[in-house]
Design a protein around this ligand. Sequence first.
Ligand code: URA
Length: 270
Amino acid sequence: MARKSKTPRWLEAARRRGADAPVGGRADWLARALGRAGVMPRTQAEAAIRAGRVEVDGQVEVEPFAPVGPGRVVRVDGRECSLDTRLWVLMFHKPAGPVVHGSDPEGVGTVFERLRAVLPESLSGYEWYAVGRLDRDTTGLLLFTNDERFVRHGTAPETHLTKRYVARVEGRPDEAALQRLREGVELEDGLTRPAEARLREPEVVELTLTEGRHHQVKRMLAAVGHPVVALHRAAVGRVVLDVPEGTFRALRDGEISEGLGFRVEPQDVP
Ligand code: URA
């Protein structure tokens, strides 16, 4: 398999053209910068750039991967757009059904479509990234952001951000099963980290993890003899789901910093 290049695509594009990489904290490629700044989502931005509708510093730019740094004047259809980035993190209540994937070969619908269907116009120009995954049949708290740095923060194993799940299971877990969940369960990809586990009802387990491996809750509960019947994510960090199914709200800066442990930089605040 070909090794993935670590060089950002905008930097490769800059090198191909013999240009200097832009200097500055948030240098990026043009289409992505437009998506992050809420001008238009990335695929739309790529099409607009290729169609010659976008100018950088007075020159039409037809390369979506053209590097742009701070201070550039960008116009779309002649109108100047700010590439200043405000950090957004949205809490979305995922219903059972849609997949957390951009591609949808089975045609079941994606969470991105569900989110876009309820976004106001002021937020529809952003490119939205899901922060981690939930299975198709899992309901509950799914975070979206316009900033890939937040995606990395929310999904990096070393962040140890807590995720609280509520699982209806087969059978009635006893204290020994709960203790195994707390101490760590041996799965095919290794021992799970210590977790919190308690019974909410005889067949409902609340499990709080500090990692997010593929199908982890289902695999852990199956390993202790109680396969999951229905799974819901109730909280991430100290942010507790509080919106009805299928709806969203934007998190406040304090929720992002204190609730999710992400340092909000001055440039992230409007
Ligand atoms: N663990 C699972 O098994 N599924 C999810 O959707 C999330 C965590």
